[in-house]
Design a binder for this molecule. Structure first.
Ligand SMILES: [Cu+2]
Length: 522
């Protein structure tokens, strides 16, 4: 018997049959050998039981809202490593340190199949939550991996193909915060002054129940947008603060909404971190774009605010590139036309800050936050010939290079050699084929398994990006092209890259890439 990882190495070395199209389909192993019980050789520092289950929670005044949520129990390890959020549908925050070994026993108590993806974490292929690994209702999947990432704000959510959108929307998401020595040495606000803020949007019916897609195709082509802005699972969120510095960790956990974030009083944002942890040095921006799946960390100093004063984070207006102007079919929500009350690019408040007490702190903004070794494009195996991925619409479906997701299919440009650096270019220009005009849309592109570096943006110029740090999700606005440098690391096997607009993803704007170990048994 060969195990799954060896199997992937073998097929990766060329044993799988090549189809005439040049596409490779991995042999039809049904991946039935999901890890169903802990392995004896794995010494877990943290051992967590995590279930996805139906629940009810009070979100709006009146009737409680039916949600799906993650619930966690610490079986072994520091209890502070699993923080349940009060009165929120969000899953528990998992805290781990680089180098720790983590076991998570995921039990699916939903009616549908599911699997969990650890967004941003560098884990082996069979620990990554690929949709081929889904488990049916009532089953358990045991994850075992070592934390190899640097400190950062990562997160987790379901990833069953075609169901990621509704499951995340239903409430299934949580933060996975990693810490390390370098981060501790940076001298940032910690404990109660280190605040995660998960930004999401939701729509509710008159009975306070979540409303999702109406079935209108245009709605799915745009991506679902709610008219309630939620922070950590709460509408009309207010953050009480003292007169001192805070670390704010922002995650865009929305299905498809993009935020153009700014302080309401126009003071600049001080950004200290991105998807893959701290920047080298803080950067200032008048506003920042935050696409679905992306994270940004802010240094927010309220020491100059008088007690009793207010501040607010807002989303500024922008051209959301929505098909049909976002109001296709004359639609208000529930009008059945696929339009949205609050289209992408609308202006709205995100949350309020209330300065409610005086506190002294001698923390000052560190000028050196971390060290980031920049990749040298000269080291890329395809420096002169970037792999190009066109984000285009075909037959009323979003595709990557004209292809939609096939569970185990890999195209020639989707094969990479382990431990090599490549240049990948994502291209939205002409994505709408120019046939209907103005149909290019934003796409936040996420690579599983790796953090990468943004090399260059070209095409229609947009602003508000923080491309200085490590990224696992990169936002492209209409007419833009982005080159990234990615080193396909030490784990062979099948990983995903996809649009993190979850409705785009569910309709197939997702593909595999295969990391092939350099073996000599071809
Ligand atoms: Cu997309």
């Amino acid at each position: 018997m060969i195990n799954r990882r060896q199997f992937l190495q073998i097929t990766g070395a060329g044993a799988a049959g090549l189809l005439s199209s040049g596409l490779t389909s991995l042999a039809n192993d049904h991946w039935a050998h999901a890890l169903v019980k802990p392995s004896s050789g794995f010494k877990a520092d943290l051992d967590i039981a995590l279930k996805a289950t139906a629940d009810e929670i009070s979100i709006l005044p009146g009737e409680p809202t039916g949600v799906w949520r993650f619930q966690g129990t610490m079986l072994k390890g520091d209890r502070a490593s699993l923080v349940n959020l009060e009165r929120s549908y969000l899953g528990p925050t998992i805290r781990a340190r680089t180098g720790q070994k983590v076991r998570i026993r995921f039990t699916n108590e939903l009616a549908d199949q599911s699997i969990v993806h650890w967004h941003g974490l560098h884990v082996p292929a069979d620990m990554d939550g690929h949709p081929r690994l889904v488990i049916p209702a009532g089953e358990t999947y045991v994850y075992e991996f070592e934390i190899r990432n640097r400190a950062g704000t990562y997160w987790y959510h379901p990833h069953p193909h075609g169901l990621t959108g509704p499951q995340v929307y239903g409430g299934l998401a949580g933060l996975f915060l990693v810490s390390d020595d370098e981060e501790e040495a940076a001298g940032l606000p910690s404990g109660e002054y280190d605040i995660p803020l998960v930004l999401q949007d939701r729509a509710f019916d008159r009975r306070n129940q979540l409303v999702y897609l109406s079935g209108h195709r245009m709605e799915q082509m745009n991506g679902f947008l709610g008219d309630w802005i939620m922070v950590n699972g709460h509408p009309d969120f207010i953050l009480p603060v003292a007169t001192r510095a805070y670390r704010l960790r922002l995650l865009n956990g929305s299905n498809s909404r993009i935020y153009r974030l700014a302080w309401k009083d126009n003071s600049p944002l001080t950004v200290i971190g991105t998807d893959g942890g701290l920047l080298e040095n803080p950067v200032q921006r008048r506003y920042v774009m935050l696409g679905p799946g992306e994270r940004l960390e802010l240094w927010a100093d309220f020491s100059r605010y008088p007690v009793g004063s207010e501040a607010a984070l807002v989303s500024l207006p922008f051209d959301g590139g929505m098909m049909g102007g976002g109001r296709m079919g004359g639609g208000m929500m529930g009008g059945g036309g696929g339009g949205f009350v609050l289209p992408n690019g609308a202006e709205f408040p995100v949350f309020k800050v209330k300065v409610n007490r005086r506190e002294e702190s001698n923390l000052t903004l560190p000028q050196q936050l971390s060290t980031i070794k920049r990749y040298d494009p000269a080291d890329a195996v395809n420096r002169e010939d970037p792999k190009r991925f066109h984000l285009v619409m075909r037959h009323m479906a979003w595709t990557i290079n004209g292809r939609t997701f096939q569970m185990e299919q890999v195209a020639p440009e989707e094969r990479v050699a382990m431990n090599t650096l490549e240049v990948w270019e994502f291209i939205t220009e002409g994505g709408g084929m120019g046939m209907m005009g103005g149909m290019d849309m934003p796409h936040p592109i996420h690579l599983h398994g790796m953090q990468f570096q943004v090399l260059q943006r070209r095409g229609v110029m947009h602003a508000g990006y923080v491309d200085e740090g490590w990224k696992d999700t990169v936002l492209l606005m209409p007419g833009e092209r982005v080159r990234v440098l990615v080193r396909f690391g030490d784990y062979p096997g099948l990983f995903l890259y996809h649009c993190h607009n979850l409705e785009h993803e569910d309709m197939g704007m997702m593909r595999n890439y295969l990391v092939e170990a350099k073996t000599s048994d071809a």
